[in-house]
Design a protein around this ligand. Structure first.
Ligand code: DX5
Ligand code: ZN
Length: 219
């Protein structure tokens, strides 16, 4: 089985002790930092933006996986590249010209991700799949951490895995929302490559052990 990537979501970190929480992830078995940017328009919540990501990038020693939950993301592609984002994910539902947006992200030297809301069918990505480095399958409605996992996600992951294989693409599948030790194995068996976990990691008494447990479950 290939290596499953664990990406703790900073949305659930303690923002008054952000450096401590970043060092915790640096010293854990986690692979990526998942950074949720919300604009209060695309989703009904506002999280954090450029100054916070700039500060995180100074200390973070792992891949920066930036998830934009914002309208008209093309406006900020260069800004996030300059801040140090390695992967930039935009929402399918927020892009009128998705193919153009993907090319613009790659032209800035980043990997291009597309996130899909729970109501968005994976078949809508068939014509762009070879241009997408990462599909982020939302397993909750975006906007908040700590929500319950939507069970229909397993079916979507299997369908998406088939589309990726049928097109000979190397796209990774990321699952975002409500990931715990209860669903991690089933998600990887369905075809997931990357598991984002926010409240499950940061709400744990021992986050480093919790990350290690997730890794062991999906081995
Ligand atoms: C939700 C965000 C997620 C969130 C996941 O809109 O995109 O990344 O932080 O949090 P949990 O793991 O608590 O559901
Ligand atoms: Zn996210």
């Amino acid at each position: 089985m290939s290596h499953t990537i664990i990406a703790p979501s900073i949305l659930a970190a303690d923002f008054a002790n952000l450096q401590r929480d970043i060092e915790m992830i640096n010293n854990s078995e986690a692979d990526w930092f998942h950074l949720d940017v919300m604009d209060g328009v695309f989703v009904p919540n506002i999280s954090f933006g450029m100054p916070v990501i700039k500060s995180i990038a100074v200390h973070a020693k792992k891949t920066l996986d930036v998830h934009l939950m914002i309208v008209d993301p093309d406006r900020y592609i260069k800004t996030f590249a300059d801040l140090g984002a390695n992967i930039l994910t935009v929402h399918y539902e927020a892009c009128t010209h998705l193919h153009r947006t993907l090319q613009a992200i790659k032209a800035e030297g980043m990997q291009a991700g597309v996130a899909i809301n729970p109501h968005t069918n994976v078949s809508l990505l068939e014509d762009t799949i070879c241009d997408i480095d990462l599909v982020c399958v939302m397993s909750v409605n975006p906007g908040f951490g700590g929500q319950s996992f939507i069970e229909n996600t397993y079916k979507k992951v299997k369908q998406l895995r088939e589309i990726i294989s049928a097109n000979g693409a190397s796209t990774k599948i990321e699952i975002d929302g409500g990931v715990t030790n209860k669903n991690a194995k089933q998600l990887v068996d369905a075809g997931a490559d990357v598991l984002v976990a926010g409240s499950y990691v940061f709400g744990a008494t021992n986050p480093v052990e919790t990350i290690q447990d997730l890794k062991n479950i999906v081995k």
